[in-house]
Design a protein. Structure first.
Length: 142
């Protein structure tokens, strides 16, 4: 089976938080955690995202949306949507929302299986959650 056009694109995954935001990359369908950036200052955050778009030639952004358990917007998801609307003023690649429900728990469970140390699992893991968001995006394509 040949990779789809989607997997050949470079895609940025985002797990947005008010303080820290996790970033992951998919290059040719291979998903990897990238880094955690400070998102308290919007100008700095936007600059970091813009720099990554240029550096990696990112074609789209997949962002986790923290919907409630019944799939409805809540205070956090509305904050994410507003942040994306602000980013769209400066960033001209498409944004795709995907539910981030369970991404952190999935990382913690996968971390145990993958022999990631407890110390690492207990630290900020937003970039791992962003990678899981990207993996979920690809799974939803099939």
């Amino acid at each position: 089976m040949s990779p789809s056009r989607e997997t050949k694109e470079t895609i940025l995954g985002i797990d947005y938080g008010l303080t820290n935001t996790g970033l992951a990359l998919s290059i040719d369908g291979v998903v990897s955690p990238l880094k955690i950036v400070n998102s308290k200052n919007f100008a700095y955050f936007q600059s970091e995202i813009s720099s990554l778009i240029i550096k990696y030639r990112i074609k789209k952004i997949v962002i986790g949306i923290p919907l409630s358990y019944d799939g409805k917007d809540n205070q956090q998801s509305l904050i994410v949507r507003q942040t994306v609307n602000n980013l769209k003023k400066y960033i001209k690649v498409p944004f795709i929302y995907i539910s981030e429900y369970g991404s952190t728990q999935s990382f913690l469970a996968n971390g145990i299986v993958s022999n990631i140390s407890k110390k690492t699992r207990n630290k900020a893991n937003d970039h791992y959650s962003a990678a899981i968001i990207l993996e979920n995006y690809f799974e939803n394509l099939s």
